[in-house]
Design a protein around this ligand. Sequence first.
Ligand code: CIR
Length: 284
Amino acid sequence: MWSHAYNLTFALRLYWLDRAGRVVEGSRVFTKAIVRLPSANFATGLTSVEMGTPDHGLALEQHEAYCAALERCGLTLTRLEADPHYPDSTFVEDTAVLTERCAIITRPGAPSRAGEVEVISEVLCLFYSSILNIQQPGTLDGGDVCQAGDHFFIGISARTNQSGAQQLTDLLALFDYTSSFVDIRDMDGILHLKSGLAYLGDKRLMVVDALANREEFRSYDLVRVHIGDEYVANCVLINDYVLVAARHSAIEEKLQLLGYKTIVVDVSEFQKMDGGLSCLSLRM
Ligand code: CIR
């Protein structure tokens, strides 16, 4: 049944020739994204950092600028209303894993976030013929899932357990994707795997120093992010652009030297709630 659905799914992927004339697999072509406004009580959500209370008015402005950046990348947005029942629900990325071939609804690891998946499931029905679910006892946050071509790195974290990671692996395998686990439970300051890792296409990863020596990343070109700059590792490649967090100009310049076009987005109010650029949208 799922392989039938797979055939119905429209997958877009860029390919090009490198300087030696080899075919290089690029990254996905994204056309749409789902975003959700921060609710007025968003400062009552979960956070592990002590950076002060976010300003809701400024968060709304930053969210709008973030949406404009996504549109500049070519995405058509589905904008969801804020939901005060779920103060963390602006971080939509954690509720689903969206691939070119299927959508998988997660089971968020924080109990206060469990109900966020309901609305997202309804919305995803509009876009996907194949929607699967992570089941009990598994927990999985989308922020722990980093797609690198046809391979997925899955973080085992305070939010994503072994069962959730294994279920995701098994579901992705039905659609010819491979996966491997990256245990980040002993790492301070990294809530999710993508807090310290981003795929930049063409077998290149941006990675914090603390993850750089992991065996899993040995066959990739690494753009390293040093101590003090970790927050910028949560950048997002969308079509022709990389979204980069404000106030990290050295990394931005490094990306530009590598040939990337960058868009700087200030999400300081979301950082206060442990959120970064990737968490604020579900891209497809
Ligand atoms: C939480 O702790 O769940 C939210 N305050 C932040 C979630 C950030 N999501 C992400 O990195 N994917």
